[in-house]
Design a protein around this ligand. Structure first.
Ligand code: XLS
Ligand code: NI
Ligand code: NI
Length: 441
């Protein structure tokens, strides 16, 4: 049965197409910098936002009209799988991502939940045989159920710690079964609300222990996915232990986990942390820790994770610039951890949203590659730091100097010549690239 009957395969029709069900910029086969767009962008659909989400908010019930919602329980879970693979096929996306509870309903016991998962995973595996869509990552939802009220791996209850471990264990097995390329940890409840009742040191140590056990178990079963931590500063807890890439990296190094993890960087989480998206990507990249991306955007006026589909070309350009500088995403991808707005409740909106996101990153990729080819930003940066290429600067970076020699150098200075940072000119140049890249198309 078809769930999106009126919609056919989404094809690339070019920048001037007026067909809303066509890509204007994402041309999967087009080569940019030696790789096809499909290989470079590695788009993924988030199962939860696309097939499970009902668009409810704290002030109102769901608005989403979904053709599979006539079913209940396990029948609903099965209908969602059918709808998902129809959607992946029509959109031509290479990847998808899910949490355990997105794909199968929780039972009354852990055993029952796992049985439900087994049924649906077998069905997904079957669909994957005839589909080119692969699993980018899966994860355990250790935050929705009331048992996680005080955290999961950082819970004050050892029983909850054990329950969370059992759920991750199952997801690692499922990741292996479905050939998942990564495994994500987003610690929704791994933080705290108040120090007045919290043993922060024990919670963080336990989180470190939990990750080590996960690494060990993956090794034990021969699951060689890349492990990813997804930092987020707040929401739902007021103090998340993996606030941003920098604090997450410090955590991983402190607990000797840095060789087993990389980061899954979400645009909206970056802005909640008071950073730009590109800052988080850059921080991870220069430390060789950039793993994957949750491609979305936040609302500039709202202070929570609005998870909007990315449409800001300036941001996608600077993000793709970092990704290109990283040599691509390796096993990672661009997962649309994004939901349609509450007012966009029709099934068709799921297509419009993904088309918009895919086109926006395709534009970002093209412009970023041009900026790199023309050595625009690289040239500016190299020039700005040229004082470290000779003389005292070279001695500094080569470790050949000390405070005595630096003081001597400083005494000898009469003037210090520094060039302008030229920010406004740089911005104008980026605008020029954005506006002329498609001239003539
Ligand atoms: C929530 C997170 C979540 C993770 C997966 O803010 O972004 O969706 O990506 O658990
Ligand atoms: Ni996310
Ligand atoms: Ni998020």
């Amino acid at each position: 049965m078809a769930y999106f009957e009126n919609i056919g395969k989404i094809n690339y029709e070019g920048a001037r197409s007026t067909n809303p069900y066509a890509f204007k910029f994402y041309n999967p086969e087009e080569k940019i910098g030696g790789k096809t767009m499909e290989e470079m962008l590695r788009f993924g659909v988030a199962y939860w936002h696309t097939f499970t989400e009902d668009l409810s908010d704290p002030f109102g019930v769901g608005t989403a009209i979904r053709p599979w919602d006539k079913f209940k329980g396990m029948d609903l879970a099965k209908a969602r799988v059918e709808a998902a693979f129809e959607f992946f096929e029509k959109l031509g996306v290479p990847y998808f991502c899910f949490h355990d509870i997105d794909i199968a309903p929780e039972g009354d016991t852990l055993r029952e939940s796992n049985q439900n998962l087994d049924t649906i995973v077998a069905m997904i595996k079957d669909y994957m045989k005839d589909s080119k869509t692969k699993l980018l990552w899966n994860t355990a939802n250790n935050f929705t159920n009331p048992r996680f009220v005080h955290g999961a791996a950082s819970s004050s209850s050892a029983d909850v710690f054990a329950y969370a471990a059992a759920k991750v264990k199952k997801q690692l097995e499922i990741g292996k079964e479905l050939g998942g390329e990564n495994y994500v940890f987003w610690g929704g409840r791994e933080g705290y609300e108040t120090l007045l009742n919290t043993d922060m040191k024990l919670e963080m140590d336990n989180l470190g222990r939990f990750f080590h056990m996960a690494v060990d178990y993956a090794k034990e079963i021969g699951f060689d996915a890349q492990f990813l931590i997804e930092p987020k500063p707040k929401e739902p807890t007021s103090h998340q232990y993996d606030f941003d890439v920098a604090s997450g990296y410090a955590f991983l190094q402190h607990y000797d986990l840095q060789d087993h993890f990389k980061f899954n960087i979400e645009a909206n989480h970056a802005t909640l942390a008071g950073h730009t998206f590109e800052h988080e990507l850059h921080y991870a990249r220069v430390n060789n820790m950039l793993g994957s991306v949750d491609a979305n955007q936040g609302h500039p006026l709202l202070g929570w994770d609005t998870d909007e589909f990315p449409a800001d070309l300036y941001s996608t350009t600077l993000a793709m610039y970092e990704i290109l500088k990283n040599g691509g995403l390796g096993k990672g991808g661009l997962n649309f951890d994004a939901k349609v707005r509450r007012g966009s409740f029709e099934p068709e909106d799921l297509f419009h949203a993904h088309i918009a996101g895919m086109d926006s990153f395709a534009v970002g990729l093209k412009i970023a590659q041009k900026l790199l080819d023309d050595n625009v930003l690289e040239g500016i940066v190299d020039n700005r730091y040229s004082s470290y290429q000779q003389g005292i600067g070279k001695d500094i970076v080569e470790g050949k100097t000390d405070f005595h020699k630096l003081e001597d150098h400083a005494y000898g200075l009469t003037t210090i010549a520094q060039p302008s940072g030229r920010l406004e000119q740089i911005r104008a140049t980026i605008n020029q690239y954005l506006l002329t890249a498609y001239a003539g198309e």
